[in-house]
Ligand binder design. Structure first.
Ligand code: TMP
Length: 227
């Protein structure tokens, strides 16, 4: 694919949504990216998220985060709903944008399913890999920025934001397993997952992220970039 898929991942309250917005703004102001845009190499930057990056996905997000039925949502039903959201998102939004050469900045993707439904809920990891492959047609991120933060610190941050959603309501042990899931993924995929210290002040985290992304910009488009 001519474009690049850059994903933000991490536990609740790690700050990825804020940092994604910040990176988008910083890239729009970056001379290097502007140069590539002028040349038509990178036509646009697109920000999106999972679940909820499409109209269908918005409905699925409401179900996934807001469901309050008398019977709890079964873990496998949860897994399939996240997969359905992703299948629609990849087909409707991500693949067409990448085919045009765009950069897609995405808030959560396949690693969240491994961490939350695999490590968190205890579902079979091989099954999740298969389902991720079906949902994405094998589309893997070019870069994953993992905002590394202790689960308890992240949850405390979300509690200050107001009412917890269905996933945030899960107990600390669940979120600690999710955190271990991200740690394991980072050791398994050092080629595409970069850890960012998300316990640092917001501006320092943003600077770390920008430095990493600038390095990749250079690496990916070197012949098109003058220093
Ligand atoms: P957030 O993107 O606003 O953090 O909310 C999404 C929630 O959904 C968050 O609790 C993580 C969870 N999630 C999964 O459990 N599995 C997934 O595959 C994805 C994309 C998100």
């Amino acid at each position: 694919m001519p474009g690049k898929l850059v994903v933000f991942e991490g536990v609740e309250g790690c700050g990825k949504s804020t940092q994604l917005k910040g990176l988008h703004a910083a890239l729009q102001a970056s001379d290097r990216l502007r140069q590539l845009q002028r040349q038509g190499v990178v036509p646009a930057l697109l920000t999106t998220r999972e679940p909820g990056g499409t109209e269908l996905g918005l409905g699925l997000r409401q179900l996934l985060l807001g469901y309050q039925g008398t019977a709890p949502m079964a873990s496998r039903a949860e897994l399939l709903l996240y997969a359905a959201d992703r299948a629609q998102h990849v087909e409707e939004v991500i693949k067409p944008a990448l085919a045009q050469g765009c950069w897609v900045l995405c808030d959560r993707y396949i690693d969240s399913t491994v961490a939350y439904q695999g490590y968190g809920r205890g579902l079979d990891l091989a099954l999740i890999d298969q389902l991720n492959a079906v949902a994405t047609g094998g589309l893997v991120p070019d870069l994953t920025l993992w905002l590394k933060l202790d689960a308890a610190t992240g949850l405390a941050r979300t509690q200050q934001r107001g009412a917890a959603d269905r996933m945030e309501q899960a107990d600390l042990a669940f979120h600690q397993r999710v955190q271990r899931g991200f740690e394991t993924l980072a050791t398994q995929h050092p080629d595409r997952i970069v850890a960012i210290d998300a316990a640092a002040p917001v501006e320092a985290v943003a600077a770390d992220i920008f430095a990493v992304v600038e390095g990749y910009l250079q690496q990916w488009y070197e012949p098109n970039l003058t220093a």
